[in-house]
Design a protein around this ligand. Structure first.
Ligand SMILES: Cc1cc2nc3c(=O)[nH]c(=O)nc-3n(C[C@H](O)[C@H](O)[C@H](O)COP(=O)(O)OP(=O)(O)OC[C@H]3O[C@@H](n4cnc5c(N)ncnc54)[C@H](O)[C@@H]3O)c2cc1C
Length: 397
């Protein structure tokens, strides 16, 4: 008798499967390659990580973000040790199967979780326009070699100065320690529709590094391409037996591309919603309508009204960024990283804090010079009167 079937063994799939098993739910996890190591470099703010997972941090540091000038971030940024993270999430209570879950498959489970990443293999959903993507190309070098760009022991969250020597779509340098004495230097396009080509980013990275005498040579590259504007699941499937999670939800923050920490934090709440809704006291035939109640509670946990409202505003913010004249982008980040800490934190991390997000956007608007304000107003981000929750929810739909 299966309570929960989780499709997808990425960080989100393992987080929710482990949390369900921990609460005594009979849980099956299915993935075509369940043991495949996670290869991406996952970063997160330390303050976003659940306390129990702080031990899975590989490395990190305090650091800065540069628009045209440097701003101290104030928080500790971490890079996760993927092996340690997986070991912390994997639960012996989860039954792991190799295979591909298809739409409609449930294996008799009361609730199915679609944690299949941006493909969202079970819930699907058409998009109206090409995807906006984050793309990046990075190489790992010795910390001493990277020192002219990233101070040893510190993090360079973003450097928007166009020291890659090209006009056109803006990209920034991301520099983080990934292991003792090793630093990832990554030329990143935060978002573009469609994604900025990897060949362009590779060329820009090489130019940027060459200015400091760093040869990229034939080092192995980290290549990044993922969608930052995955639409919400279609209305017809909402509150149904299949619940989206992780990048499939989509939990991806449209303006940063981050989702891993959000999934790790949300997984225990999602598992509790399923456990509270589901009658597990007898055989399957005695469950009555409890699977439907459990699934509806799970949907409300992932997509509460507040989360929908925040998502709507974040998506509007993404569209404003996508339409921003390239020369305004570094200036925009100067304004953003110059905001007080609470506003930046609300904007970057809080999934359900509409008041905090609206406060951050109002502060951004107030601090922005007129040309930037004009752009924000034209893009629907006029915060002089503050956004209303119903409007923001509508934007998310
Ligand atoms: C290179 C790179 C770097 C990134 N860096 C960061 C970062 O620093 N911080 C951050 O928060 N996010 C980052 N992201 C974005 C995002 O958080 C990641 O994509 C993350 O892997 C999403 O986790 P997930 O578990 O939701 O999905 P995934 O990791 O994509 O896992 C989905 C799983 O579902 C499986 N699957 C697919 N179809 C099926 C099916 N039909 N049945 C069963 N299983 C199926 C796949 O095999 C896969 O194992 C990065 C992404 C990339 C590509």
């Amino acid at each position: 008798m299966t309570d929960v079937l989780v499709a997808g063994a990425g960080p989100a799939g393992w987080a929710i499967a482990g949390a369900c098993a921990h609460l005594g739910l009979d849980t099956v996890l299915v993935d075509p390659t369940p043991d495949r190591p996670w290869r991406s470099t996952y970063g997160a703010w330390q303050g976003e990580l659940p306390a129990g997972l702080v031990g899975t941090v590989a490395t990190g540091g305090h650091g800065s973000a540069i628009g045209t000038v440097a701003h101290e971030l104030g928080w500790y940024y971490t890079v996760l040790d993927n092996g340690a993270l997986r070991a912390a999430l994997v639960s012996p209570g989860v039954r792991v199967r190799t295979g591909q879950v298809r739409p409609g498959d449930s294996d008799g489970a009361a609730v199915v979780v679609d944690a299949t990443g941006q493909r969202r293999a079970l819930l699907g959903g058409a998009r109206r326009q090409p995807a906006a993507e984050q793309t990046a190309v990075g190489v790992v070098v010795d910390a001493a070699v990277a020192a002219p760009l990233v101070e040893p022991g510190r993090v360079l969250f973003m450097d928007w100065r166009p020291r890659h020597g090209e006009r056109g779509w803006p990209s920034f340098l991301y520099g983080v320690p990934v292991a003792a004495g090793r630093v990832l230097l990554e030329e990143t396009s935060l978002a573009r529709r469609p994604g900025l080509g990897l060949a362009v980013l590779r060329r820009r990275l090489r130019t940027r590094l060459a200015r400091h005498g760093i040869e990229a040579g034939d080092r192995a590259e980290e290549r990044v391409r993922f969608v930052v504007d995955t639409p919400l699941p279609p209305r017809r499937v909402r509150n149904g037996p299949v619940v989206p999670f992780g990048a499939a939800a989509p939990l991806i923050h449209p303006a940063t591309g981050f989702s891993v920490a959000a999934a790790l934090r949300l997984a225990p709440r999602l598992a509790a919603a399923v456990r509270d809704g589901l009658d597990t006291s007898g055989p399957d035939s005695h469950r009555g309508d409890s699977p439907a109640r459990a699934a509806a509670a799970a949907w409300r946990t992932v997509w509460s009204r507040r989360a929908l409202a925040v998502h709507g505003l974040r998506r509007t913010g993404l569209e404003a960024l996508l339409a921003m004249p390239p020369q305004q982008v570094p200036e925009f980040f100067d304004v953003f990283f110059g905001l007080p800490e609470r506003h930046r934190w609300a904007y970057l991390t809080a999934r359900e804090d509409l008041v905090g997000l609206a406060g951050a956007m109002r502060a951004l608007f107030a601090a922005a010079p007129w040309p930037l304000r004009r752009h924000l107003v034209l893009r629907g981000l006029d915060f002089r009167d503050g956004p209303s929750e119903p409007d923001a929810v509508k934007q998310a739909q």
